[in-house]
Write a protein that binds this ligand. Structure first.
Ligand code: KG4
Ligand code: ZN
Length: 337
């Protein structure tokens, strides 16, 4: 019997591309457990410190995998394969997950599966129902990437547009830093934006050709605006925090939505999805749903826990790779293609 005809496919997936150590167990395409350990240590530095991230992964990986196995009620010897994130990400972080996965696969004599982090964010749509139909468009927005991807099949995609400078998550985090909010600031901007007026302050929309994005100009105009206002009134940020969060979030979302609408019109595709950490943003989720109603789109947004970095998305992608019999050798390195 070949591996892909095996009856029960039980995979342990590990994600360690940045500052979250995560493990998940999937049986026959159904997630049994999904454990994430976030690394609070980076908060005091206002960003992820790669060296510290690698060290924390090394400390967290065994307990996180143990919890994932325990919560799924699964033991190591039952596993069919081990999956890991094969980039992109911080090399010191990726190395921990890759080396751990290799050692375990070798000791259990089972296949090793490498998963592209951004592909996994998109394939998170296949964890729960309803699942998008191919071809679909996916706005993939994370701390490191911002792309409009046309998904032709599980592992076949075309990038239709991408950011020419900052990623959307990075832009949220930089705006939050200007507002003196803790790192990562995206979720704080989201939280305070709910209490403010999105049209209180207007910031210019970037004028970028085709389906590409640019966020650095918005961030700069936000910075200059605040520097000027703070000179006039040093309590300006404190007094106007909710309106500032709502207005900058509105500006980011308007830019994201404009190109997504353009991509749908150009391709004629109305299966529209959202993936990556920024898809946790409540304003963006609402904007896609509202635009979807207007334009008769079928919209898909993964459950909250599958939006930011997690191992369940690696697990679902690994399930499909397992079915295709696509495995890594033990010489593999954790680099994206
Ligand atoms: O996908 P992800 O967890 O990690 C990367 O692969 O980058 O994305 C992290 C990014 C961070 O920039 C974070 O601030 C942003 O996603 N993020 C949010 C929200 N939740 C996470 N941005 C805006 N609103 C949110 N609710
Ligand atoms: Zn990510």
């Amino acid at each position: 019997m070949t591996a892909n005809l095996q009856k029960d496919i039980l995979i342990l997936a590990i994600e360690s591309s940045c500052d979250d150590t995560a493990a998940s167990i999937i049986r026959n395409g159904k997630i049994l457990s999904n454990k994430v350990a976030s690394q609070g240590i980076h908060e005091q530095y206002g960003g992820v410190v790669p060296e510290l991230a690698g060290r924390a992964h090394q400390q967290n990986i065994v307990p996180v995998v143990d919890v994932a196995l325990h919560n799924a009620g699964v033991s190591l010897h039952q596993l069919s394969a081990i999956a890991f994130t094969k980039g992109p990400g911080l090399i010191g972080s990726l190395m921990v997950g890759c080396s751990f996965a290799k050692s375990l696969a070798q000791s259990l004599s089972i296949p090793l599966i490498g998963i592209h982090h951004m592909e996994a964010h998109v394939l998170a749509h296949f964890i729960d129902e309803p699942k998008p139909q191919f071809p679909f468009l996916c706005l993939t927005v994370s701390g490191g990437h911002t792309q409009i991807v046309k998904m032709n099949d599980y592992f076949s995609s075309e990038i239709l547009g991408k950011t020419i400078d900052d990623a959307a998550g990075e832009a949220f985090d930089k705006a939050a830093k200007i507002l003196q909010l803790p790192y990562p600031g995206g979720p704080f901007v989201d939280k305070y934006a709910k209490l403010g007026n999105p049209k209180a302050f207007l910031f210019p929309q970037p004028n970028i050709p085709d389906l590409d994005y640019s966020f650095s100009g918005i961030k700069t105009s936000f910075l200059y605006f605040l520097q000027k206002k703070m000179k006039e009134n040093p309590s300006f940020i404190e007094e106007e925090l909710y309106d500032l969060c709502a207005s900058i979030q509105y500006t980011f979302i308007k830019h994201l939505m404009k190109k997504l609408v353009q991509a749908s019109v150009q391709t004629g595709i109305k299966e529209i999805s959202l993936a990556g950490g920024v898809s946790a943003n409540s304003g963006l989720r609402l904007a896609i749903e509202e635009e979807g109603e207007k334009r008769a789109w079928n919209t898909y947004i993964p459950a909250f826990e599958y939006c930011t970095d997690n191992a369940a998305m690696i697990a679902i992608a690994a399930h499909y790779k397992f079915l295709r019999g696509e495995f890594e050798t033990l010489q593999t390195a954790p680099f994206a293609r």
